[in-house]
Write a protein that binds this ligand. Structure first.
Ligand code: ADP
Ligand code: MG
Length: 240
């Protein structure tokens, strides 16, 4: 479904990713683990077209998308819930969600029933339903994070990139975010997940990759990584 092959990318003259390869099969949840600054967010930005890869191939549903504009990539069915609560502050919750569905109107994918999907999103995120007419900028940080996630679901994506959906949230909301990820998984949504809570991410994921200084150092079934002594020592201790 999503294949990343030998991806290199960076910012200006600074190369961050050095030949990263990741496969996200249909219906699976894959997690990308790594320390701060390893290049997880850069990987997601390159996949969704926010930055242009300098080498490698990104293939979505059998078609190359590397080098395409973000909007074209979204139209082809890839949704990105970016790090750090990127919502449209002066628009309502409902309008933010409609914007998430907008690329469905112009691509070749079936448009589907946007109104029904809005109700489905509200069922998944009841907090947002209660606040549907509120301006997004007036939501709490945690609610904005959920809105970014919910907006990504409105694309009805073939693949969803989730970058640190629980960042900065109170523990009760972290648990809710993971419950929502579980529900999305049950619904068959294909996901590439980056999470500070690596143990919890490996709990929901089928497969995992470890990124170190812009290179994949290890990958394997999530269960195996969870029990790997080196992974445990580096990523599953206290702060992660
Ligand atoms: N917009 C940017 N401009 C320049 N360098 C950046 C930018 N964003 C991230 N970096 C650098 O790229 C590297 C990888 O960052 P990032 O992908 O955000 O890591 P992670 O998400 O794994 O914490 C870091 O060294 C970071 O400083
Ligand atoms: Mg990051």
């Amino acid at each position: 479904m999503l294949e990343i092959k030998n991806l290199s990318a960076g910012y200006g003259k600074v190369q961050v990713l050095h030949g990263v390869s990741i496969e996200v099969p249909k219906g699976r949840v894959v997690t990308l683990i790594g320390s701060n600054g390893a290049g997880k967010t850069t990987t997601m930005r390159a996949v969704s077209g926010m930055i242009a890869p300098t080498a490698g191939e990104i293939i979505l549903n059998g078609k190359r998308i590397d080098g395409m504009e973000s909007y074209d990539i979204a139209r082809r069915g890839l949704a990105h819930s970016p790090e750090g609560r990127r919502v449209f502050a002066t628009m309502t919750v409902t309008d933010n969600l409609h914007l998430g569905a907008f690329p469905r109107y112009t691509g070749s994918r079936p448009k589907g029933d946007v109104a029904a999907d809005l109700e489905r999103a509200f069922a998944l995120f009841p907090r947002l339903k209660e606040r549907r007419e509120q301006l997004a900028g007036t939501l709490s940080g945690g609610e904005q994070q959920m809105l970014a996630m919910a907006r990504a679901t409105m694309l009805n994506p073939d693949v969803m990139l989730l970058d640190e959906p629980s960042m900065g949230l109170a523990p009760i909301l972290v648990a809710e975010v993971f419950r929502i990820i579980e529900r999305l998984k049950e619904q068959g949504v294909t996901m590439l997940l980056v999470e500070q809570f690596a143990a919890a991410a490996l709990g929901v994921a089928d497969y995992g990759y470890v990124l170190e200084n812009g290179r994949i150092s290890l990958h394997g079934p999530a269960e195996k990584l969870r029990n790997d002594p080196a992974v445990k020592a580096a990523y599953l201790g206290g702060g992660h």
